[in-house]
Design a protein around this ligand. Structure first.
Ligand SMILES: O=P(O)(O)OC[C@H]1O[C@H](O[C@H]2O[C@H](CO)[C@@H](O)[C@H](O)[C@H]2O)[C@H](O)[C@@H](O)[C@@H]1O
Length: 373
Protein backbone atom coordinates (compact mmCIF):
# COMPACT_ATOMS: atom_id res chain seq x y z
CA UNK A 1 0.00 0.00 0.00
CA UNK A 2 1.09 3.54 -0.68
CA UNK A 3 2.51 5.73 2.06
CA UNK A 4 -0.52 7.72 3.23
CA UNK A 5 1.53 10.84 3.86
CA UNK A 6 3.26 11.05 0.51
CA UNK A 7 2.05 13.48 -2.13
CA UNK A 8 1.02 11.58 -5.22
CA UNK A 9 1.80 12.90 -8.64
CA UNK A 10 -1.37 12.06 -10.50
CA UNK A 11 -0.22 13.39 -13.79
CA UNK A 12 -1.36 10.13 -15.25
CA UNK A 13 -5.11 10.33 -15.08
CA UNK A 14 -5.26 11.32 -18.70
CA UNK A 15 -7.88 9.14 -20.09
CA UNK A 16 -11.37 9.88 -19.04
CA UNK A 17 -13.85 7.12 -18.93
CA UNK A 18 -16.96 7.43 -16.91
CA UNK A 19 -19.04 4.38 -16.38
CA UNK A 20 -22.77 4.65 -16.10
CA UNK A 21 -24.84 1.97 -14.50
CA UNK A 22 -28.33 3.26 -14.34
CA UNK A 23 -31.09 4.87 -16.31
CA UNK A 24 -34.50 6.12 -15.41
CA UNK A 25 -37.06 7.14 -17.95
CA UNK A 26 -38.58 9.96 -15.93
CA UNK A 27 -37.82 13.38 -17.41
CA UNK A 28 -36.00 14.39 -14.26
CA UNK A 29 -33.33 11.81 -14.91
CA UNK A 30 -30.73 11.94 -17.60
CA UNK A 31 -30.88 9.10 -20.11
CA UNK A 32 -27.30 8.14 -19.46
CA UNK A 33 -27.35 4.53 -20.64
CA UNK A 34 -27.40 4.00 -24.38
CA UNK A 35 -29.75 1.43 -25.93
CA UNK A 36 -27.23 -1.37 -25.87
CA UNK A 37 -26.49 -2.35 -22.29
CA UNK A 38 -22.96 -3.32 -23.28
CA UNK A 39 -21.91 -0.35 -25.32
CA UNK A 40 -18.31 -0.34 -24.21
CA UNK A 41 -15.85 2.04 -25.82
CA UNK A 42 -12.13 1.87 -25.27
CA UNK A 43 -9.63 4.46 -26.38
CA UNK A 44 -6.06 4.57 -27.50
CA UNK A 45 -3.98 6.23 -24.82
CA UNK A 46 -2.43 8.64 -27.22
CA UNK A 47 -5.59 10.23 -28.49
CA UNK A 48 -6.71 12.20 -25.46
CA UNK A 49 -10.23 10.81 -25.49
CA UNK A 50 -12.98 13.09 -24.27
CA UNK A 51 -12.95 13.15 -20.52
CA UNK A 52 -16.69 13.19 -20.31
CA UNK A 53 -17.35 10.23 -22.54
CA UNK A 54 -19.58 7.80 -20.72
CA UNK A 55 -19.14 4.10 -21.08
CA UNK A 56 -22.15 1.96 -20.39
CA UNK A 57 -21.61 -1.07 -18.22
CA UNK A 58 -24.99 -2.30 -17.17
CA UNK A 59 -24.91 -4.13 -13.91
CA UNK A 60 -27.87 -6.27 -14.88
CA UNK A 61 -27.34 -9.89 -15.95
CA UNK A 62 -24.17 -11.94 -16.10
CA UNK A 63 -23.54 -12.37 -19.87
CA UNK A 64 -20.77 -10.43 -21.55
CA UNK A 65 -19.36 -10.35 -18.04
CA UNK A 66 -15.78 -10.88 -19.11
CA UNK A 67 -15.83 -8.08 -21.69
CA UNK A 68 -17.44 -5.79 -19.17
CA UNK A 69 -14.88 -6.61 -16.54
CA UNK A 70 -11.99 -5.97 -18.91
CA UNK A 71 -13.54 -2.62 -19.78
CA UNK A 72 -13.98 -1.74 -16.14
CA UNK A 73 -10.45 -2.56 -15.16
CA UNK A 74 -9.10 -0.84 -18.28
CA UNK A 75 -11.09 2.24 -17.37
CA UNK A 76 -9.78 2.13 -13.81
CA UNK A 77 -6.23 1.61 -15.05
CA UNK A 78 -6.68 4.40 -17.57
CA UNK A 79 -6.93 6.82 -14.69
CA UNK A 80 -3.22 6.19 -14.22
CA UNK A 81 -1.51 5.28 -17.51
CA UNK A 82 2.24 5.59 -17.94
CA UNK A 83 3.10 8.33 -20.41
CA UNK A 84 6.72 9.10 -21.00
CA UNK A 85 7.48 8.29 -24.64
CA UNK A 86 8.79 10.86 -27.10
CA UNK A 87 5.43 10.64 -28.84
CA UNK A 88 3.94 11.90 -25.60
CA UNK A 89 6.32 14.88 -25.61
CA UNK A 90 5.10 15.76 -29.10
CA UNK A 91 1.52 15.35 -27.92
CA UNK A 92 2.24 17.72 -25.08
CA UNK A 93 3.72 20.40 -27.35
CA UNK A 94 0.67 20.25 -29.61
CA UNK A 95 -1.67 20.30 -26.65
CA UNK A 96 -0.08 23.29 -24.95
CA UNK A 97 -0.45 25.29 -28.17
CA UNK A 98 -4.15 24.47 -28.10
CA UNK A 99 -4.50 25.14 -24.36
CA UNK A 100 -1.85 27.74 -23.45
CA UNK A 101 -0.69 28.29 -19.89
CA UNK A 102 -3.03 30.74 -18.14
CA UNK A 103 0.08 32.25 -16.55
CA UNK A 104 1.81 32.67 -19.90
CA UNK A 105 -1.17 34.49 -21.43
CA UNK A 106 -2.32 36.21 -18.25
CA UNK A 107 -2.50 39.69 -19.80
CA UNK A 108 -4.54 38.37 -22.71
CA UNK A 109 -7.02 36.77 -20.31
CA UNK A 110 -7.34 39.93 -18.26
CA UNK A 111 -7.82 42.12 -21.31
CA UNK A 112 -11.16 40.32 -21.68
CA UNK A 113 -12.03 41.37 -18.13
CA UNK A 114 -12.12 45.13 -18.78
CA UNK A 115 -15.38 46.63 -17.51
CA UNK A 116 -16.57 43.19 -16.46
CA UNK A 117 -17.10 41.54 -13.09
CA UNK A 118 -14.73 38.60 -12.80
CA UNK A 119 -16.28 35.67 -10.91
CA UNK A 120 -13.97 32.87 -9.79
CA UNK A 121 -14.92 29.20 -9.57
CA UNK A 122 -12.43 26.79 -8.02
CA UNK A 123 -12.47 23.03 -7.82
CA UNK A 124 -10.83 21.68 -4.64
CA UNK A 125 -8.95 18.36 -4.98
CA UNK A 126 -6.10 18.54 -7.47
CA UNK A 127 -6.71 22.27 -7.95
CA UNK A 128 -6.33 23.91 -4.54
CA UNK A 129 -4.82 20.88 -2.83
CA UNK A 130 -2.41 18.28 -4.19
CA UNK A 131 -3.66 14.75 -4.81
CA UNK A 132 -2.70 12.56 -1.85
CA UNK A 133 -3.48 8.89 -1.08
CA UNK A 134 -5.66 9.60 1.95
CA UNK A 135 -8.64 11.83 1.03
CA UNK A 136 -8.93 12.96 4.65
CA UNK A 137 -5.47 14.49 4.41
CA UNK A 138 -5.90 16.59 1.28
CA UNK A 139 -4.95 19.78 3.07
CA UNK A 140 -4.66 23.14 1.43
CA UNK A 141 -1.38 25.02 1.93
CA UNK A 142 -1.71 28.17 4.12
CA UNK A 143 -0.35 30.29 1.21
CA UNK A 144 -3.07 28.89 -1.03
CA UNK A 145 -5.72 29.77 1.56
CA UNK A 146 -4.29 33.29 1.73
CA UNK A 147 -4.40 33.55 -2.08
CA UNK A 148 -8.05 32.43 -2.19
CA UNK A 149 -8.93 34.78 0.67
CA UNK A 150 -7.41 37.72 -1.20
CA UNK A 151 -9.15 36.77 -4.43
CA UNK A 152 -12.49 36.71 -2.58
CA UNK A 153 -11.90 40.32 -1.41
CA UNK A 154 -12.18 41.50 -5.01
CA UNK A 155 -14.22 38.88 -6.84
CA UNK A 156 -17.20 36.70 -5.92
CA UNK A 157 -15.57 33.31 -5.41
CA UNK A 158 -17.04 29.81 -5.28
CA UNK A 159 -15.57 26.42 -4.43
CA UNK A 160 -17.15 23.69 -6.57
CA UNK A 161 -16.26 20.22 -5.34
CA UNK A 162 -17.20 16.55 -5.46
CA UNK A 163 -16.82 16.46 -1.71
CA UNK A 164 -19.71 17.17 0.61
CA UNK A 165 -20.02 20.84 1.41
CA UNK A 166 -19.16 20.53 5.11
CA UNK A 167 -15.99 18.59 4.36
CA UNK A 168 -14.69 20.97 1.71
CA UNK A 169 -15.54 23.90 3.99
CA UNK A 170 -13.44 22.29 6.74
CA UNK A 171 -10.47 22.19 4.40
CA UNK A 172 -10.89 25.72 3.02
CA UNK A 173 -12.28 27.49 6.10
CA UNK A 174 -13.16 30.78 4.41
CA UNK A 175 -16.69 31.87 5.25
CA UNK A 176 -16.76 34.59 2.57
CA UNK A 177 -16.97 32.08 -0.28
CA UNK A 178 -19.84 30.33 -2.02
CA UNK A 179 -19.62 26.54 -1.67
CA UNK A 180 -21.06 23.99 -4.07
CA UNK A 181 -20.45 20.52 -2.62
CA UNK A 182 -21.41 17.04 -3.87
CA UNK A 183 -20.55 17.94 -7.49
CA UNK A 184 -22.72 21.05 -7.27
CA UNK A 185 -25.73 19.33 -5.69
CA UNK A 186 -25.39 21.27 -2.43
CA UNK A 187 -24.90 25.01 -2.88
CA UNK A 188 -24.73 27.63 -0.17
CA UNK A 189 -23.87 31.29 -0.19
CA UNK A 190 -21.23 32.99 1.99
CA UNK A 191 -21.86 33.46 5.68
CA UNK A 192 -19.62 36.51 5.86
CA UNK A 193 -18.20 39.24 3.62
CA UNK A 194 -20.43 41.11 1.22
CA UNK A 195 -20.29 41.59 -2.50
CA UNK A 196 -22.69 44.27 -3.69
CA UNK A 197 -24.64 42.29 -6.22
CA UNK A 198 -26.78 39.19 -6.01
CA UNK A 199 -28.25 36.93 -3.42
CA UNK A 200 -25.87 35.84 -0.66
CA UNK A 201 -28.44 33.61 1.04
CA UNK A 202 -28.62 30.97 -1.62
CA UNK A 203 -29.24 27.39 -0.79
CA UNK A 204 -29.79 24.87 -3.54
CA UNK A 205 -30.12 21.12 -3.03
CA UNK A 206 -31.64 19.64 -6.18
CA UNK A 207 -31.05 16.03 -5.06
CA UNK A 208 -32.54 16.36 -1.60
CA UNK A 209 -35.00 13.51 -2.10
CA UNK A 210 -32.04 11.15 -2.60
CA UNK A 211 -30.56 11.68 0.86
CA UNK A 212 -32.08 8.57 2.51
CA UNK A 213 -31.08 6.46 -0.49
CA UNK A 214 -27.50 7.73 -0.42
CA UNK A 215 -27.20 6.99 3.30
CA UNK A 216 -28.50 3.46 2.70
CA UNK A 217 -26.16 2.80 -0.24
CA UNK A 218 -23.23 4.15 1.77
CA UNK A 219 -23.84 1.50 4.44
CA UNK A 220 -24.14 -1.27 1.84
CA UNK A 221 -20.94 -0.17 0.11
CA UNK A 222 -19.02 -0.02 3.40
CA UNK A 223 -20.15 -3.53 4.26
CA UNK A 224 -19.56 -4.95 0.80
CA UNK A 225 -16.05 -3.53 0.35
CA UNK A 226 -14.70 -3.76 3.91
CA UNK A 227 -12.47 -6.77 3.25
CA UNK A 228 -10.74 -5.27 0.19
CA UNK A 229 -7.48 -3.83 1.54
CA UNK A 230 -7.14 -0.12 0.78
CA UNK A 231 -10.73 0.41 -0.41
CA UNK A 232 -12.20 3.56 1.08
CA UNK A 233 -15.84 4.58 0.81
CA UNK A 234 -16.38 8.30 1.35
CA UNK A 235 -19.80 9.72 2.16
CA UNK A 236 -20.22 12.99 0.30
CA UNK A 237 -23.87 13.35 1.31
CA UNK A 238 -25.53 13.63 -2.13
CA UNK A 239 -22.93 11.39 -3.74
CA UNK A 240 -20.52 8.67 -2.66
CA UNK A 241 -16.90 7.99 -3.57
CA UNK A 242 -15.30 4.56 -3.61
CA UNK A 243 -11.55 5.20 -3.67
CA UNK A 244 -9.20 2.62 -5.19
CA UNK A 245 -5.95 4.62 -5.13
CA UNK A 246 -4.67 2.42 -2.29
CA UNK A 247 -6.13 -0.86 -3.58
CA UNK A 248 -3.79 -3.38 -5.27
CA UNK A 249 -4.53 -3.40 -8.99
CA UNK A 250 -5.34 -7.11 -8.94
CA UNK A 251 -8.34 -6.29 -6.69
CA UNK A 252 -9.81 -3.49 -8.84
CA UNK A 253 -12.07 -5.79 -10.83
CA UNK A 254 -13.42 -7.36 -7.64
CA UNK A 255 -14.03 -3.92 -6.14
CA UNK A 256 -15.84 -2.70 -9.25
CA UNK A 257 -17.98 -5.86 -9.26
CA UNK A 258 -18.98 -5.34 -5.67
CA UNK A 259 -19.92 -1.72 -6.27
CA UNK A 260 -21.98 -2.72 -9.31
CA UNK A 261 -23.62 -5.48 -7.28
CA UNK A 262 -24.81 -2.97 -4.69
CA UNK A 263 -25.99 -0.52 -7.35
CA UNK A 264 -28.09 -2.98 -9.28
CA UNK A 265 -30.85 -2.41 -6.71
CA UNK A 266 -30.67 1.35 -7.22
CA UNK A 267 -31.54 2.23 -10.81
CA UNK A 268 -31.82 5.91 -9.96
CA UNK A 269 -28.12 6.11 -9.19
CA UNK A 270 -25.29 6.25 -11.68
CA UNK A 271 -21.64 5.40 -11.47
CA UNK A 272 -18.88 7.53 -12.96
CA UNK A 273 -15.13 7.49 -12.58
CA UNK A 274 -12.83 10.21 -11.32
CA UNK A 275 -9.18 10.20 -10.31
CA UNK A 276 -8.81 6.65 -8.98
CA UNK A 277 -12.28 6.86 -7.57
CA UNK A 278 -15.66 5.40 -8.51
CA UNK A 279 -18.35 7.98 -7.90
CA UNK A 280 -22.00 7.21 -7.26
CA UNK A 281 -24.60 9.91 -7.67
CA UNK A 282 -28.25 10.51 -8.47
CA UNK A 283 -29.17 10.48 -12.16
CA UNK A 284 -30.65 13.98 -11.98
CA UNK A 285 -29.66 16.47 -14.65
CA UNK A 286 -27.38 18.45 -12.41
CA UNK A 287 -23.63 18.79 -12.46
CA UNK A 288 -20.87 21.36 -11.90
CA UNK A 289 -21.97 23.16 -15.08
CA UNK A 290 -25.48 23.59 -13.71
CA UNK A 291 -24.00 24.76 -10.41
CA UNK A 292 -21.97 27.40 -12.26
CA UNK A 293 -25.08 28.62 -14.09
CA UNK A 294 -27.05 28.66 -10.85
CA UNK A 295 -24.38 30.67 -9.05
CA UNK A 296 -24.04 33.19 -11.87
CA UNK A 297 -27.80 33.65 -11.80
CA UNK A 298 -27.80 34.04 -7.99
CA UNK A 299 -25.13 36.71 -8.38
CA UNK A 300 -27.38 38.56 -10.81
CA UNK A 301 -25.41 37.68 -13.94
CA UNK A 302 -27.81 35.36 -15.77
CA UNK A 303 -27.35 35.99 -19.52
CA UNK A 304 -25.24 39.04 -18.69
CA UNK A 305 -22.45 40.40 -20.86
CA UNK A 306 -20.97 42.20 -17.86
CA UNK A 307 -19.43 39.14 -16.29
CA UNK A 308 -16.27 37.12 -16.90
CA UNK A 309 -16.48 33.74 -15.16
CA UNK A 310 -13.18 31.92 -14.72
CA UNK A 311 -13.43 28.26 -13.71
CA UNK A 312 -10.32 26.33 -12.64
CA UNK A 313 -10.44 22.55 -12.21
CA UNK A 314 -8.59 19.31 -12.84
CA UNK A 315 -11.25 16.63 -12.92
CA UNK A 316 -13.62 15.12 -15.46
CA UNK A 317 -16.53 16.55 -13.53
CA UNK A 318 -15.11 20.04 -14.14
CA UNK A 319 -15.57 19.50 -17.86
CA UNK A 320 -19.31 20.08 -17.41
CA UNK A 321 -18.51 23.61 -16.25
CA UNK A 322 -15.91 24.16 -19.00
CA UNK A 323 -18.54 23.08 -21.51
CA UNK A 324 -21.07 25.61 -20.23
CA UNK A 325 -18.55 28.44 -20.55
CA UNK A 326 -17.50 27.35 -24.03
CA UNK A 327 -21.11 27.00 -25.17
CA UNK A 328 -22.01 30.43 -23.84
CA UNK A 329 -18.85 31.91 -25.33
CA UNK A 330 -18.37 33.54 -21.99
CA UNK A 331 -15.42 33.43 -19.63
CA UNK A 332 -12.71 30.79 -19.56
CA UNK A 333 -12.14 27.30 -18.32
CA UNK A 334 -8.65 26.50 -17.05
CA UNK A 335 -7.68 22.83 -16.80
CA UNK A 336 -5.11 21.88 -14.18
CA UNK A 337 -3.07 19.10 -15.73
CA UNK A 338 0.52 18.19 -16.43
CA UNK A 339 -0.42 15.97 -19.31
CA UNK A 340 -2.56 16.39 -22.42
CA UNK A 341 -6.24 15.66 -21.91
CA UNK A 342 -9.20 16.19 -24.16
CA UNK A 343 -10.85 19.21 -22.58
CA UNK A 344 -13.29 22.02 -23.16
CA UNK A 345 -11.10 24.33 -21.10
CA UNK A 346 -9.43 27.16 -22.99
CA UNK A 347 -6.25 27.41 -20.93
CA UNK A 348 -4.16 25.19 -18.70
CA UNK A 349 -2.13 25.27 -15.52
CA UNK A 350 0.12 22.42 -14.51
CA UNK A 351 -0.52 21.99 -10.80
CA UNK A 352 -1.92 23.63 -7.66
CA UNK A 353 1.19 25.78 -7.17
CA UNK A 354 0.52 27.38 -10.57
CA UNK A 355 -3.12 27.87 -9.59
CA UNK A 356 -1.88 29.77 -6.56
CA UNK A 357 0.36 32.00 -8.71
CA UNK A 358 -2.53 32.66 -11.05
CA UNK A 359 -4.77 33.69 -8.13
CA UNK A 360 -2.01 35.94 -6.73
CA UNK A 361 -1.61 37.61 -10.12
CA UNK A 362 -5.34 38.19 -10.30
CA UNK A 363 -5.19 40.08 -7.02
CA UNK A 364 -2.17 42.14 -8.14
CA UNK A 365 -3.94 42.92 -11.42
CA UNK A 366 -7.11 44.07 -9.62
CA UNK A 367 -5.15 46.24 -7.18
CA UNK A 368 -3.41 47.86 -10.16
CA UNK A 369 -6.77 48.53 -11.83
CA UNK A 370 -8.14 50.08 -8.64
CA UNK A 371 -5.02 52.24 -8.20
CA UNK A 372 -5.27 53.57 -11.72
CA UNK A 373 -8.85 54.83 -11.16
O1 LIG B 1 -14.35 17.98 -7.28
P1 LIG B 1 -13.14 17.78 -6.45
O2 LIG B 1 -12.99 18.79 -5.36
O3 LIG B 1 -11.90 17.66 -7.28
O4 LIG B 1 -13.37 16.35 -5.74
C1 LIG B 1 -13.28 15.15 -6.50
C2 LIG B 1 -12.94 14.02 -5.55
O5 LIG B 1 -11.77 14.44 -4.86
C3 LIG B 1 -11.30 13.64 -3.79
O6 LIG B 1 -10.67 12.50 -4.33
C4 LIG B 1 -9.50 12.80 -5.06
O7 LIG B 1 -8.54 13.42 -4.19
C5 LIG B 1 -8.07 12.57 -3.11
C6 LIG B 1 -7.17 13.39 -2.22
O8 LIG B 1 -6.11 13.96 -2.92
C7 LIG B 1 -7.38 11.35 -3.71
O9 LIG B 1 -6.94 10.47 -2.68
C8 LIG B 1 -8.36 10.60 -4.63
O10 LIG B 1 -7.71 9.53 -5.28
C9 LIG B 1 -8.92 11.55 -5.69
O11 LIG B 1 -9.95 10.89 -6.44
C10 LIG B 1 -12.40 13.30 -2.83
O12 LIG B 1 -11.91 12.42 -1.84
C11 LIG B 1 -13.62 12.74 -3.53
O13 LIG B 1 -14.66 12.55 -2.60
C12 LIG B 1 -14.06 13.78 -4.56
O14 LIG B 1 -15.22 13.33 -5.23
Amino acid sequence: MTNPNAVVSDTQSAIGMAITVAVNSSSLYSPSVPNSPYNITLFSRNKFPKSTIETAASSAGGHAGLAKNIAWVDAMRASSPTRNSSEDTEDKKAWIIKHPSALGVFEEIMSAAKMKQVVIFLDYDGTLSPIVPNPDQAYMAPEMREAVKNVAKYFPTAIVSGRCRAKVYNFVRLSELYYAGSHGMDIKGPSSGKHQKGNQNVLCQPAKEFLPMMAEVYKHLLEKTKDIPGANVENNKFCLSVHFRCVEEQNWSDLADRVKFVLKDYPKLRLTQGRKVLEIRPTIKWDKGKALEFLLESLGYANSKDVLPIYIGDDRTDEDAFKVLRKQGQGFGILVSKIPKETDATYSLQEPSEVMHFLQRLVTWKRGVLRSH
